[in-house]
Each structure stands twice: as C-alpha cells, then as structure tokens.
Design a binder for this molecule. Structure first.
Ligand code: NDP
Length: 444
C-alpha cells in the first residue's frame, strides 16, 4: 500500500465518525502522491503525518440565557490547525451542523488555502452548533459574549485571529470583538477580522470572497479564450459569498440567474436585481421568497437545487457537499463550461470527477474562495499599521493575490504533468508552502 493510502487509513482510525474531515484529507492525499517521489525527505520528516493532525482542538461549553429566560447550552470549537507560516487564521461558523468533524475539515482546508495566498497566515477554524436563525439581536449578542468568555484566552492578534463564516457576519464579529476587548483590555481590538470599518474593519472585506471567486474564475476562463461577458451564471447560497459573487459577475457583463437557501431557490432569467437581493438579505434579513414577491418575472422553486437550471458557469457558494452527483450530471448535460467553488468543499468527490472527466474548468474552493482570508490578512496589516486603506487599494491588492493564486496552481498542475487538474495544482502548491516552512522549523 502506498504511503498516502496508509496515512489515510491511520487518519480514519484515529478520528472515527468524522466523515467531512476524512473527505477533505482523502481528496488532498490522493493528489499529493507525485510529490513524494521527487521529495522523499517530506516522508522522512513526516511532514504530511504532522500536517493532517491539528496542533490543537479546543472544545467548550457555551451557556446563555434566551429571550424567554431559559438557559440554553451549545458547544463551541476552535481548531488551531497549523501555525507553520503564521498565526492561526480562519472563520467562525454558527450553524446546527457544526461538529468537530466539520471544524477539522475546514481547518485543514484553511491551512492549505492560506498557504496559497502568499501571506503569513497559519490555518484555524471555529464555530458552534448555535443556530442564529430566528434569534433576536439580544439573543445573538448573549450567545456571542458567552462564546468569547470561553474562547478569549486562546486567541490574540499575534496568535489566533478569527473572522466570519456561515451565520457569522459583521454583527456577530462586532459582538465578539466587544467582549474580547472588555475581557482583555486589548484596544483597538485587532483580534478579529471582518469587523465594521468604524472599529478597524477593512473596506472590501465583505465583498472579498465573492469578488475574489469571480476574479479567479474570470482569469481561468480567459486562459481558454473566454470570459464572463454574456454568460449565464448559476449561483447557490444567498449569503455574503453568493451575493457579492453575483454582484461582480454582473459588473463583468455576466448574467447571474439564481441564488438559493436551505428552503429553495430563486430563478430570475433576466438577471438578478442585486440591490433588491442585498436589501432583502442584508438589511431586512428575510427569506428568498420575499425576492419573488418584489420582482415580477422571477420564480421561486421550493426544495429544488439550482444545478438543474441550464447555465454556462456554476458558482456553488452555500455549504459543503451541496453539489451532488446528479447536480454535476445536470450541469454537464446542459453545457456548463466552468465551476468555481465559493463555498468550502461544496462538490462531492463524485461531482469533481464528473467535471474533470468532461473537461470543465474546475476551480476548487481552497484556491477559488481564498479572497476572503486574503483581505482578512490585509485587515490585520492595516490594524497593525494603524491605517485604513481605500476600497480601491484593497480591491487592487485582492486582484493581485487572486492572479498569484491562479499562477501558482496552474504552474503546479503543469509541473506535475496534469495541466488541467487544478485540484492537484492547488493541493500541491498549498502543501509545498506549508511543508517547506515546517521543514525549516524542525520537528515541532
Ligand atoms: P452566509 O451565512 O452568509 O450564507 C450562507 C448561505 O448558504 C445562506 O444562504 C444559507 O441558507 C446557505 N446554506 C448554509 N447552509 C446550508 C445548507 N446546509 N443547505 C443549504 N443551504 C445552506 O455564509 P457565507 O456566504 O459567508 O459562506 C458560504 C460558504 O462560503 C461557506 O462554505 C463558507 O465556509 C465559505 N466561505 C466563506 C468565506 C467568507 O468570507 N464569508 C470565505 C471563504 C469561504 P440558509 O439561510 O437557509 O441557511
């Protein structure tokens, strides 16, 4: 049995019952094998054996009192996955599906993703099974404060810098920053990124993941003589990543025709009204059915998946494993040419195989959605320098970083003899950055 197969078996035996974590590790290990014939020293120094094992996984109780005076108890996590190239960095997710397995898969992916950004950022991730849906502002604040009461001693602006993710936006980051500051006296509170600009947040951070995804996909389309111009684009999710991806697609002349949530999706054949979408989701915090009511000609499909809608480009921007085999088959059948992952691990392994076999451009999440963490890195720089950069400055830097990522992953894919396999390219390029830093620091 090969080195990587044996290692995968050990990971599964050591972390039973963690399917998302196994899936993320399997995908990476399957593509890294060609490195080890060229660089056997990585095996001797057990670089990969160390990389798959998180440096630390913290799990804690989060008790809080809801609006009815009932005591609620949730579970919180922070995985400090790998600090070889910088402080742990990665978002906090609030969603009922959060488990140790989900947090470990996200932390592992984040480590390699942060390696691709070229910034000095290690990998981390955190979250809770708390469901913010339907909670009042006061309840969300009570929860965030209790979450930080447990977590604050483990994070810091030079050690571990969290941000947002599913269910955690500027409001939640604000409440967590406030409580962190109160407990530690750390002003002006650079420990979180994704803050409001009023207290150190970077302009362009809310847009960064969605915009970065579209910049990277446009670059990859350009390498095949194509662009977003005139293309019909199917997008899943209706959160931060999905809406800003739709906005940038529109700016580049493409036509975003769907967004979705866990109840169903909107199909708007003429192109989504981005201002209306933002009003409904960001300001009024309503469900997508409100879009159909406000926009004549749009349709709402309860329970369906957007992948059944014919398109040229698909951008999955909701959650892991949201694009199953049947969805991938439908996309291919309807002539889709490119898939860019805004979410983390949205395509199942079977779907990735279908895209690759059928010659679609496939940009995996750890490269395609790295724009968010990149601008978080720029927010850390601005906080340390006591500066606030303009939107244009940040956006230009983001475009440069996404170009750099495309360059690295395509070069790695070519070097290892599979020029169209960007999964392999991203995994190898991310691995090499982290691996060489680990080699340089000895066995730690
Ligand atoms: P948001 O919370 O803003 O939005 C999430 C969206 O996805 C919502 O529309 C939500 O619908 C939908 N969704 C979530 N879970 C499910 C589910 N189980 N089934 C169906 N739909 C679901 O999150 P973000 O936009 O920030 O994050 C989206 C994805 O992008 C995640 O995978 C995240 O890890 C990834 N990502 C985010 C970054 C960021 O900067 N925010 C950076 C890099 C990656 P509903 O309201 O019904 O739950």
């Amino acid at each position: 049995m090969s080195y990587t197969h044996e290692l995968l078996e050990r990971v599964i035996a050591r972390s039973p019952g963690e399917p998302e974590f196994h899936q993320a590790v399997r995908e990476v290990l399957e593509t890294l094998a060609p490195i080890f014939t060229k660089r056997p020293e990585y095996i001797r120094w057990k670089i990969l054996d160390r990389m798959v094992e998180p440096e630390r996984l913290i799990s804690f109780r989060v008790p809080w009192v809801d609006g009815q005076g009932e005591v609620q108890v949730n579970r919180g996590y922070r995985v400090q996955y790998n600090s070889a190239i910088g402080p742990y960095k990665g978002g906090i997710r609030f969603h009922p599906s959060v488990s140790a397995s989900v947090i470990k898969f996200l932390g592992f992916e984040q480590t390699l993703k942060n390696g691709l950004t070229g910034l000095p950022l290690g990998g981390g991730k955190g979250g809770s099974d708390f469901d913010p849906k339907g909670k009042t502002d006061a309840e969300v604040m009570a929860f965030c404060h209790s979450f930080i009461n447990a977590l604050y001693r483990y994070i810091g602006s030079d050690t571990d810098v969290p941000a947002g993710d599913i269910g955690v936006g500027a409001r939640e980051v604000g409440y967590m920053t406030g409580q962190y500051k109160r407990l530690t006296g750390n002003l002006p509170g650079g420990v979180f990124t994704g803050k409001a600009p009023a207290f150190g947040g970077s302009l362009g951070r809310p847009q960064a993941t969605g915009y970065g995804l579209v910049y990277l996909t446009e670059d990859l389309l350009g390498r095949k003589g194509q662009s977003f111009k005139g293309k019909k684009v199917v997008i899943s999710g209706a959160g931060n990543v999905a809406i800003y991806a739709a906005e940038k697609v529109t700016q580049l002349g493409g036509i975003p025709i769907t967004v979705s949530d866990s109840s169903g999706y909107i199909y708007d054949a003429g192109g989504l009204d981005i201002a209306l979408l933002k009003e409904i989701k960001f300001n009024r915090k309503e469900r997508l059915t409100a879009y159909k009511e406000a926009k004549p000609g749009s349709e709402y499909k309860a329970g369906g998946l957007v992948w059944e809608v014919p398109c040229d480009v698909a951008l999955p921007c909701a959650t892991q494993n949201e694009l199953p085999k049947a969805g991938a088959e439908a996309l291919v059948k309807n002539g889709c040419k490119a898939v860019g992952e805004g979410a983390n691990m949205p395509s199942t392994p079977e779907s990735v195989e279908i895209f690759q076999k059928n010659g679609l451009i496939f940009a995996p999440g750890k490269a395609a959605n790295a724009g968010g963490v990149s601008v978080s890195g720029l927010e850390m720089s601005q906080n340390s320098m006591r500066q606030a950069w303009s939107f244009e400055q940040v956006d230009t830097a983001l475009q440069g970083i996404m170009k750099g990522i495309v360059r690295q992953i395509t070069e790695a894919a070519e070097t290892y003899g599979q020029p169209d396999n960007l999964v392999l390219g991203a995994n190898i390029a991310g691995f090499l950055r982290v691996a060489d830093a680990m080699m340089g620091q000895g066995v730690v």
